[in-house]
Design a protein around this ligand. Structure first.
Ligand code: B12
Ligand code: SF4
Ligand code: SF4
Length: 339
């Protein structure tokens, strides 16, 4: 079974079709860093992210609270580094209006990764079930009560950066984590957890415009993070985090503490990302031309004249649908007049 799985499912050609750049395995259901998470929530550092508290906090202590049949997990890395570097070129060009959208948004053809990668993980799960019909599996992709960075750590794929990103020596940090939780353990080789490769560097914390990185605890202060403010705050209320005026025009998510990280810069240096053949999907083009390529006042005026439903129709199944018209208006207004 093990050989068949490696040969038919986990071979790199098959995984490449799904945009997977690396994977690892763990049979440990309990996060090694649970205590850090528990303390972080108890100190209130989750801020407005209430879904990380209470019962959903406690479930994260053991994967079996979510999937009692758990015996092992295969953790996959879905890279969007290529899109990130391509976007950086665009932001430097004259076409850019000075606003920025986090690169994961456009990294999966402009489609919400929760849909696209769920399909990929489902397909891989079904391929495994073809080989072993008794297998049960569940997915872990952001929204399940699973500490995904710890799961990837247990699978030996990388370490926790000081910016709290999960970083891989080979792939940097511009990737999404998605896992298959399995009711079987196929004795696939498990790697040792990776050591810390941040060393004395503090570039991420130095670059964060809102001082959201707590170097001592290696975690974020959620309410200070631009990503929280621009993605998770859907209403036209609430103070922007202090220092956001020093950001680079981030209107949805924030990549600043990853942009400066030497482990990401390295990807370009060693030729890991080929920027010669770049593709832009219809969905991506739509988001770019609406938000990033026109005068900001025009973007604002169009957003104001759309209904909420009209906005949803236009941007259905994209990541920005989550924050909605009102949330985006709040974010873009912040920068109108400032650039
Ligand atoms: C809540 C959340 C957020 C919050 C809080 C983020 C945070 N850093 O805590 C906000 C809205 C700010 C956010 C932003 C982003 N997010 Co988010 N988010 C999550 C979510 C749902 C939960 C994270 C969580 O539990 N945070 C609480 C902290 C305490 O836990 P943690 O981040 O897992 O960190 C662990 C380590 O830091 C370790 N630890 C803590 N202290 C210490 C100390 C030492 C010494 C050591 C060794 C370890 C250690 O313990 C923690 C628990 O295991 C996960 C998905 C998931 N289910 O896990 C995605 C996830 C973390 N997000 C992701 C992404 C892509 C982003 C953004 C890049 C999006 C963007 N461009 O705007 C930013 C990045 C901001 C950043 N620098 O982290 C990816 C990250 C992939 C990666 N390579 O790391 C994830 C894993 C989703 C996914 N499936 O891929 N996110
Ligand atoms: S995502 Fe942006 S605001 Fe949040 S910690 Fe990183 S640099 Fe700071
Ligand atoms: S910028 Fe430096 S300190 Fe921050 S995550 Fe990258 S290597 Fe670690």
């Amino acid at each position: 079974m093990k050989e068949e799985i490696l040969e038919k499912v986990l071979n790199s050609e098959n995984l490449k079709k799904f945009g997977i750049v690396d994977w690892g395995v763990t049979s440990d259901p309990r996060p090694i860093t649970w205590k850090y998470y528990f303390d972080w929530v108890n100190k209130g550092l989750n801020g407005i992210l209430k879904y990380l508290e209470g019962e959903r906090r406690d479930k994260r202590e053991d994967i079996r609270n979510y999937f009692p049949e758990f015996e092992s997990a295969i953790v996959f890395q879905f890279s969007y580094a290529k899109k990130k570097f391509e976007l950086d070129k665009f932001y430097e060009s004259e076409k850019s209006n000075g606003l920025k959208i986090a690169s994961y948004v456009l990294g999966f053809d402009g489609v919400d990764y929760h849909f696209k990668l769920r399909d990929a993980l489902d397909s891989i799960g079904e391929q495994l079930r073809e080989l072993d019909p008794a297998l049960q599996f569940k997915l872990s992709l952001d929204t399940q009560p699973i500490l995904e960075r710890d799961l990837a750590y247990r699978a030996g794929l990388g370490w926790f950066g000081k910016n709290s990103m999960f970083i891989s020596k080979k792939e940097g940090s511009f990737f999404i984590l998605g896992s298959l939780l399995l009711s079987k353990n196929y004795s696939l080789a498990e790697k040792e957890p990776e050591t810390d490769h941040c060393g004395q560097c503090t570039r991420c914390a130095d670059a964060c415009p809102t001082d959201a990185i707590d170097l001592e605890s290696r975690t974020l202060i959620s309410n200070k993070c631009i990503s929280t403010y621009t993605i998770e705050l859907f209403k036209d209320l609430g103070e922007a985090p202090e220092g956001m005026e020093n950001s680079n025009g981030e209107i949805f998510g924030c990549d600043i503490c990853q942009e400066v990280c030497p482990w990401n810069k390295r990807l370009l240096r060693v030729g890991k990302v080929d920027l010669n053949e770049t593709l832009i999907s219809e969905r991506e083009l739509q988001i770019r031309s609406f938000f990033l390529e026109r005068p900001i006042l025009e973007v604002l005026s169009d957003l104001k004249s759309l209904s909420n439903r009209g906005f949803q129709r236009l941007f259905k199944s994209t990541p920005i649908e989550r924050t909605g018209r009102v949330g985006l208006l709040k974010n873009i207004r912040f920068f109108s007049g400032k650039r």
